[in-house]
Ligand binder design. Structure first.
Ligand code: MLT
Length: 203
């Protein structure tokens, strides 16, 4: 179990685990209250990215803002996927739905897992995600649901990149909802409410 993480097991044996993936500079605790808000009965797994950019934790290296180190991204995606399989074994949770909730850098590694290691996740809620890489082949996402929430005024995530992610996920067969917000890179409280409604009707 080679990631710093925090695991809060469902008290009522609810068959959902939310995998909480922070943005640059966050840690495994950042999205716990969001997870409780989105799915109060689910188990929560907060994970800390292992890559350091100065003092900031990230899930993979980047060469500059929005320009990713693709070799590192591939490596980190496989590493995180193996860790999630270990967690499923360790806690005996193979029968759960595994739902990624990611913001910014965390959303991007979750998108990379959907494209490269689709069996690891059941669905995903991605806030401010972009197309992280071009997969060598289109994954089979016919049983996956994905919620994307993007900001019209986001200075970091280009519209075209979020749209390409949406199109790729749809081409792979995923059931995709893409909400555009009058917002920048920061997420509005109203987006969390929409995400909660989406989650209740898609899982
Ligand atoms: C990334 O590096 O994943 C994106 O540029 C978003 C960010 O974390 O700033």
């Amino acid at each position: 179990m080679n990631f710093h993480h925090t695991f809060v097991q469902s008290k009522v044996n609810h068959k959902q685990t939310l995998i909480l993936l922070h943005g640059t500079g966050g840690d495994e605790h950042d999205l716990l209250s969001l997870g409780t808000f989105l799915a109060p009965h689910a188990s929560l797994l907060g994970i800390r990215g292992k890559v350091k950019e100065g003092q900031a934790n990230r899930f993979f290296r980047r060469l500059s803002e929005g320009v990713f180190d693709e070799a590192d991204l591939l490596f980190r995606t496989r590493e995180l996927s193996s860790f999630l399989d270990e967690v499923k074994d360790h806690y005996g949770l193979w029968d759960n739905e595994w739902i990624a909730v990611g913001y910014s850098n965390g959303a991007n590694i979750a998108a990379s897992m959907l494209l490269l290691e689709p069996a690891v996740l059941t669905s995903a809620l991605l806030f401010r995600a972009m197309m992280p890489l071009t997969p060598p082949r289109l994954p089979d996402l016919k049983r996956h649901s994905v919620y994307l929430s993007s900001g019209r005024e986001d200075p970091i995530v280009p519209h075209a990149s979020s749209e390409r992610l949406e199109e790729t996920l749809r081409a792979a067969g995923a059931d995709v909802t893409h909400d555009w917000q009058n917002a920048g890179h920061g997420v509005l409280q109203s987006e969390f409410t929409s995400a909660k409604t989406w989650l209740a009707s898609h899982t």
